[in-house]
Design a protein around this ligand. Structure first.
Ligand code: C2E
Ligand code: CA
Ligand code: CA
Ligand code: CA
Length: 278
């Protein structure tokens, strides 16, 4: 009816209309971003607390658009997922990160892995393990140097498919980390059935170290759980010495965050590495 029609308009504020115009515009621009070479991969170091050495680099995508400026992945990844563009973009990130690690190895940088974020859309592709294998083969990089990060919700959205997919990736020799751990819904039963290597403690808990005993208890519990399940732990969002000291004392394996370095372009990370590995 007319009444309902009018009512349904109530939900569109001018702001929301503006927002959706921006989204539409951005979706079109994203389509061209790959060919126009506007996408970048930044890297953020991961440090072992046992040795103090850099053991990995997380690859984080950036989009530098001439009109929108630097667009956060928090804004454009969901758009890329809805439109399916995440598939070519995801392959590009994999290729770029794998080639970068290979070139760091050839330069004689310390042994590191590269960690690449995965979206649920990528994991739903039946041929995803073959795609990853092809990317590794092209760069002649052994699978053990690649880690894939996926969130609990990505894994739990279709748990049976995820189990099969993670089995296949594991069989290739790739390592798997569960990102943002502790923020999503995950069942212990499934956790033991997923072939995973590492839990990544979410930065929302790390941020509260020193002023929230619940968050500290959750971190303790996650570290304890990884030990009994024989998994590795990494904490993200480490910004202060207090965060670092707490995590070291509680037996966390690896750390990553602004305390060490913000995500940076490969050339800047190389300079950072020279100052670190002394
Ligand atoms: P994430 O995977 O949980 O990445 C961690 C985010 O925390 C990154 O934001 C990183 O720059 C930021 N971060 C790192 N250290 C600190 C710190 O000490 N303090 C604070 N406050 N933040 C820190 P970023 O780069 O904006 O990425 C946001 C999200 O976008 C990522 O969250 C990930 O879910 C997604 N993303 C990024 N790159 C890719 C990609 O290549 N593919 C997919 N599918 N998703 C990606
Ligand atoms: Ca991540
Ligand atoms: Ca995370
Ligand atoms: Ca996240």
């Amino acid at each position: 009816t007319k009444q309902e029609g009018r009512n349904s308009y109530r939900f569109f504020s001018p702001e929301m209309q503006l927002h959706s115009v921006r989204q539409l515009h951005m979706e079109n621009a994203l389509r061209k971003a790959l060919e126009r070479n506007e996408l970048r991969v930044f890297y953020q170091p991961q440090i072992s607390l046992a040795t103090g050495k850099v053991v990995g680099m997380e690859a984080l995508i950036r989009w530098q658009h001439p009109e929108f400026g630097l667009v956060s992945p928090l804004e454009f990844i969901p758009l890329a997922e809805e439109s399916g563009l995440i598939l070519p973009i995801g392959v590009w990130v994999l290729q770029t990160a794998i080639h970068q690690l290979k070139s760091w190895q050839e330069q004689g940088q310390p042994p590191m892995i590269v960690a690449v974020n995965l979206s649920a859309v990528q994991l739903r592709q039946t041929y995803f393990p073959q795609i990853v294998q092809q990317c590794l083969k092209e760069a002649n990089l052994p699978a053990k140097y690649l880690e894939l990060e996926l969130t609990e919700s990505v894994a739990m959205s279709q748990p049976h498919k995820a189990i099969a997919m993670l089995d296949a990736l594991h069989a290739l020799g790739i390592s798997i980390a569960i990102d943002d751990f502790g923020t999503g819904y995950s069942s212990m039963a499934y956790l033991t059935r997923f072939k995973i290597n590492k839990l990544k403690i979410d930065q929302s808990f790390v941020r509260k170290i020193g002023n929230n005993s619940d968050a500290e208890a959750i971190i303790d519990t996650i570290i304890g759980m990884t030990k009994s399940l024989n998994l590795e732990t990494i904490a993200e969002g480490v910004e202060t010495k207090e965060h670092l000291d707490f995590l070291r004392e509680r037996g966390c394996g690896e750390v990553q965050g602004y305390y060490f370095s913000k995500p940076k372009p490969a050339e800047e990370i190389q300079i950072w590495l020279e100052n670190w590995s002394n």
